[in-house]
Each structure stands twice: as C-alpha cells, then as structure tokens.
Design a protein around this ligand. Structure first.
Ligand SMILES: [Zn+2]
Length: 267
C-alpha cells in the first residue's frame, strides 16, 4: 500500500534525489525510533507508519485506539469522488505568530503562540498547531501530492477542525517556507523557536474573501487515537515549494502518511 502510494510521489521528484536512494532511506528516520523512548516525545504506546506497529495495527495497539480499526468516519480519504469539491470561502482569519517547531518523532509540528480563527457554520475554532505529512494523506482522485500541511484548530467546546493544504513542487523557491525549512529540527525531540512572528497568511498563500474549491467532510485524526468528530476542510489549491525545499522537508519527515480510509456513507 505505501509503496504504491509513493510511486506517483517519487515520479514527481527529480532523478537527483532518487540517485541517492529512496526518500525514506535518506531521511533522518523520525519514524525509525520509538517515540516513547525519546526525550520530549509524547508518552504512550509506540506507533509507526510502517511495520508491525504500522497503520493496519493501530486499532489493536491500545484499547483507546479502537476507532483506528472500527471507525466509520476515518481520515484521510480520497477526494474528488464521493466527496466532491465545492466553491466556498475559507473563513479563516490568519494572524502572524511566534512559533516553536518540534520534531516529535512522527512529524515536525509548529506550536503557535497566537491563534488564527477558522469559522465553520458560525462556530469559531482557534488554531493550535500545524504539522506536515509526506506524502499527502488525502489524495485527489487517487493521486497523492508530495506533502500536506495540517493546521489543527479547537473550538471552545473542544471540537477539532483541521485545514489541510497540499504542497507540490514548483519551479521557484518559496520564500515564506524557506524561513521554516532552513531551520527544521532534524532529530526526534529537538525543537527550534521562531521568536519573530511567522506570517501564516503568506505561508499558506491565503486569498481572503476569494472563492476557493474546497473539500469539506466529517472525519478523524489521522494518527492514534484516530478520534472522530473532526471537521475537515481541504483546499484544492496547493502551495508550491522548490524541489530543493521539498527534498529538505522530506529528509526530516520520512514517510509519514496514513493510507486513505473507506468513505462509507459520507458525502
Ligand atoms: Zn496531520
């Protein structure tokens, strides 16, 4: 499953990267070490993206993670088929904020000091963090992008909403991403503070007030415990980074995507 998903991703990358071996072999292996043994990593049972503790096993590793196996509204999913794009405005008021990048052994996560606000059906959700996956977790008509960013929000009642943005490879360096990519924490447990505010609107190429094609559906966390009740908004328009920038991001992330899940009776 993972191998087949990687094929279209690898084909997007230039031969220079492939010459050095697979993307995963080149990575600094955040998924190779048990996160629970790493200083600063979250406590709890270990899980991985491959092998005996991979996605197929998550629901059996811990009783609290059963939704990973039996949930009927799991994420990610394939988009563009049953779940179609619609035109709409992403009602997010983005703010610039200091942040701390942290390598938690599964991904690189940015803890945000000041919250941006995403409003869905009148309910405000405050952003907590964003993080990355390689390749993208959502696919569009079966095709994965090289990476996906998830901006995770919480409402006052504790409900979660995630804005997903695909990252593709373009011709130019992306200056907004460069600031982050130049200082990624390479080792599990490492963190890098950004005291100067990072402009999230620039980073995510926000077009305030413009109609966008978006996929909206009810899903789950894409990592254990796979909790459901998450409001997903995935923007169709990706952001682009250069090949070199993607190479550096992927070297830190390694393979970090849950396979797509059945849609069941969601629309
Ligand atoms: Zn995620």
């Amino acid at each position: 499953m993972r191998r087949s998903l990687l094929v279209p991703v690898l084909s997007l990358l230039a031969p220079a990267l492939l010459a050095g071996g697979s993307l995963v072999a080149q990575s600094h292996g955040p998924t190779a070490k048990p996160a629970s043994n790493v200083k600063g990593a979250p406590a709890g049972p270990h899980w991985a993206y491959e092998g005996a503790e991979g996605p197929h096993a998550w629901g059996r590793i811990d009783a609290a993670w059963r939704a990973c196996s039996v949930g009927r509204e799991q994420s990610p999913i394939d988009l563009g088929g049953t779940v179609m794009a619609r035109q709409g405005r992403i009602a997010e008021r983005f703010v610039s904020t200091p942040l701390v990048l942290f390598n938690n052994g599964h991904t690189v996560q940015a803890a945000l000091e000041k919250a941006s606000t995403l409003t869905i059906d009148g309910t405000p959700y405050a952003s907590l963090q964003f993080h990355f996956h390689h390749p993208s977790e959502h696919t569009v008509r079966g095709k994965a992008y090289p990476a996906e960013l998830h901006l995770v929000h919480k409402s006052a009642k504790g409900e979660l909403a995630v804005l997903g943005i695909f990252i593709e490879i373009g011709a130019r360096e992306n200056p907004a991403f460069e600031a982050l990519i130049a200082k990624l924490p390479h080792t599990s447990g490492d963190s890098v503070p950004f005291k100067a505010p990072v402009d999230l609107a620039a980073l995510l190429e926000d077009r305030p007030g413009a109609d966008e094609a978006v996929y909206a559906y009810h899903g789950s966390l894409t990592t254990p415990p796979c909790s459901e009740g998450v409001r997903w908004t995935v923007r169709e328009r990706p952001v682009a980074v250069s090949f070199r920038q993607m190479q550096r991001l992927v070297a830190v992330l390694g393979e970090s995507a849950r396979p797509v899940q059945p849609v069941f009776d969601r629309r």
